[in-house]
Design a protein around this ligand. Structure first.
Ligand code: SAM
Length: 260
């Protein structure tokens, strides 16, 4: 696989483009030279439509601050899980959230909704939240460049769990089930008694949204609010998985089911 770069701009075969600053810096770090082939993707299909694909490109000019490339042929790819899987996460603290976003991107998450709940250690808002969000989006871009995904997962703005559940309650199933925005079947990862095994709960479903708690878990009141909002409690088995492990276990199950 030639070196891959996300470029947030229109990519049209036969056109010459000046790469965005971040992409240009990445190309420079790799000491690529004019004539070298690279792969560019912008998260959309050909001509910006729905779908996913990538473009062959050739470095034309390596300047101190600008890098130009000639966009070549487009190749449609199929590297997404066969259904939209959305994660809503009681954020784990510190660098664990970076690690979770990187792994969730590799495992095919369609979107990641960072949440603050009653027992959240990581509490951010305003400018600090904006900086974290930009950093996490960069983590997702780097993970796509590494793993070959051409569609970036949506990393959503940090919200309080209560506000997010209210917004969920307002979401109708009207969004078509195969669209990346479909919330689909809502599952609550829960350690409480009375849950269903995950494999059973996802059988014969389409898009999925998983809600999981932070290190301290969701409070009983929060779990009850999620259930009232249509989330079905499911178990991942008898062991207590870390806040960053549980959602990844769900993605892994669905990725393998999709690949089989
Ligand atoms: N002490 C916390 C409690 O008892 O809730 C543990 C929380 S656990 C570290 C973080 C989150 O991962 C939980 O809120 C839950 O969403 C999910 N989780 C961990 N293990 C799980 C399991 N075996 N089944 C379902 N969800 C699990």
């Amino acid at each position: 696989m030639t070196a891959r770069f996300h470029a947030d701009l229109a990519l049209v075969p036969g056109s010459s483009v000046s790469l965005p600053d971040q992409t240009a810096r990445h190309v420079q770090v790799l000491r690529l030279q004019p004539g070298d082939h690279i792969t560019l993707f912008n998260g959309a299909g050909e001509g910006g439509g729905i779908g996913e694909g990538e473009f062959d490109a050739t470095i034309e000019h390596m300047g101190r601050s600008d890098v130009r490339a000639m966009v070549g042929a487009y190749t449609a790819t199929r590297r997404e899980t066969d259904r939209a899987v959305h994660l809503a996460l009681g954020m784990p603290a510190n660098e664990r959230m970076d690690w979770l976003i990187e792994k969730a991107t590799e495992l095919g998450a369609a979107s990641i909704q960072p949440l603050m709940s009653e027992r959240s250690v990581l509490r951010i808002k305003g400018e600090r939240a904006d900086k974290k969000l930009a950093h996490w989006r960069g983590v997702a871009v780097a993970a796509c460049e590494q793993c070959g995904r051409n569609r970036l997962p949506a990393i959503r703005e940090v919200m309080g769990l209560g506000d997010w559940l209210k917004a969920q309650a307002g979401q109708t199933a009207g969004v078509t089930q195969d669209s990346a925005e479909a919330v689909g079947t809502r599952l609550l990862l829960s350690l409480q008694a009375g849950t269903r095994p995950l494999a059973q709960a996802v059988a014969n479903t389409g898009a999925l949204t998983f809600l999981s708690g932070p290190e301290g878990g969701l409070s009983p009141a929060e779990e009850a609010a999620a259930i009232a909002c249509g989330f079905v409690p499911v178990t991942l088995g008898p062991r207590v998985l870390r806040a960053e492990t549980a959602p990844l276990a769900c993605l892994s199950l669905l990725m393998l089911a999709s690949a089989l």
